[in-house]
Design a protein around this ligand. Structure first.
Ligand SMILES: Cc1ncc(COP(=O)(O)O)c(C=O)c1O
Length: 381
């Protein structure tokens, strides 16, 4: 099984493995798997041409993205609406800068992928962070609190769906309600859907993209997607925005100014191949990730008394709550005691939680949880 192969990443300039080589890494959100052969072949083909000058989107990439949006999400998008980007986080910053003035604010819900909490600084605006709430065992939006805190200064809402780090794949009803909230308050809705091809219980829990909202709710919509998480090509740098409203799109694009570099010429070809030919590989990946998720979930339930883990519907990331177990700063403790590197939940707005990345060979998950178990046992003593 290709996903079982343990590949040495140390010494390859990997953020995950080389930043703190003394630690065993289960942190930053990339996977320890080789990308699909179709993607590697496309990169090699382009590379073998040998001339690597400035690149623009070739016909194949736009065609691949538009077909993908049609076939996977049932969204018919015109090519004009497509904005190619070298990464998704810069797009969050562009949105924050483009649609606000100093003194405005943006709203998002926590815990959330930490750049959501910081792009407001790029725009010199405040960030209103509304904690997600547990309802019937599932994390959802606190619409009451959102209504209380929204004001005429609030200009954008940044949504993370599927949710990193809670692993929720929000339902159509939830997304429609978020979009309706944004519409009533005239907010730009930025929907970060980078994890949308990592819904583990497909097709039973299909992903609902904001691109499928009714037209009246798509007037101020910026949808952001990328093949980078699913096909493990985050280091290539490619993402795209779909912005149907021309005036919203031109504001977004005008904000780029001279702040973004040209897109990597190899990345276009990697992304094209992923979307055109990566589906069988993605299916195998989902099966593999489900096994890792189930092992990790079972481990937390049976071996870490007092800790909890949400029902993970999507992503290869798990946010584990150690508060009931009486453990403060678990990420710091695990780093010191077990030399295991996990993300500190505090960065996402969830102190006393840690985020574990199970996008790795199963044997590595077992190694990680063994170390965590031994370390928790030492903590109790
Ligand atoms: C929700 C979310 N958005 C964006 C990113 C990063 O996107 P990019 O590498 O394209 O900037 C991540 C990476 O973990 C993420 O989880």
């Amino acid at each position: 099984m290709q996903f079982d192969t343990i590949i040495t990443r140390r010494g390859t300039g990997s953020i995950k493995w080389d930043r703190r080589p003394e630690l065993d890494p289960f942190w930053v959100a990339d996977m320890d798997f080789v990308s699909p052969p179709c993607v590697l072949d496309a990169i090699q083909d382009r590379l073998s041409h040998g001339v690597l000058g400035y690149a623009q989107a070739h016909a194949g990439i736009s065609e691949a993205v538009l077909n993908y949006l049609q076939n996977r999400h049932g969204a018919t998008i015109s090519e004009n609406a497509l904005v190619h980007l070298g990464g998704l986080v810069p797009a969050l910053s562009l949105a924050a800068r483009g649609f606000t003035e100093p003194g405005d604010n943006l709203m998002t819900c926590t815990p959330v992928y930490y750049p959501f909490l910081h792009v407001g600084k790029d725009a010199k605006i405040d960030t209103i962070a509304i904690p997600h709430i547990l309802q019937g065992g599932r994390w959802t939006f606190d619409f009451e609190e959102m209504e209380k805190q929204v004001s005429s200064k609030t200009k954008i809402f940044i949504l993370c769906n599927p949710q990193n780090p809670l692993g929720r794949n929000f339902t159509k009803a939830e997304i429609v309600k978020v979009a309706d909230f944004c519409d009533r308050h005239q907010l730009i809705l930025v929907s970060d859907e980078i994890h949308c091809d990592l819904v583990l219980n497909e097709p039973d829990q299909a992903f609902f993209s904001a691109l499928n909202l009714p037209q009246r709710l798509r007037q101020r919509l910026v949808v952001l997607q990328a093949p980078s998480k699913t096909y493990n090509i985050a280091g290539m740098g490619y993402a795209f925005a779909v912005i149907e409203n021309p005036s919203v799109r031109s504001t977004f694009c005008a904000t780029r100014g001279h702040t973004l570099s040209e897109i990597n010429c190899l990345a276009f070809y990697a992304a094209e191949a992923a979307y055109k030919h990566g589906e069988p590989w993605r299916q195998e990946l989902l099966t593999y990730l489900k096994k890792n998720r189930d092992t990790l979930t079972q481990f937390v339930h049976t071996e870490l008394p007092g800790c909890s883990i949400p029902d993970i519907e999507a992503t290869y990331l798990a946010l584990i709550d150690t508060r009931e177990a009486g453990m403060k700063n678990p990420a710091q403790y695990l780093e010191k005691d077990a030399k295991v590197w996990v993300n500190d939940g505090a960065a996402f707005g969830a102190p006393d939680h840690f985020r574990f990345n199970y996008g790795c060979p199963h044997a590595r998950v077992l190694e990680g949880i063994d170390k965590i178990k031994a370390s928790f046992d030492r903590y109790k003593r």
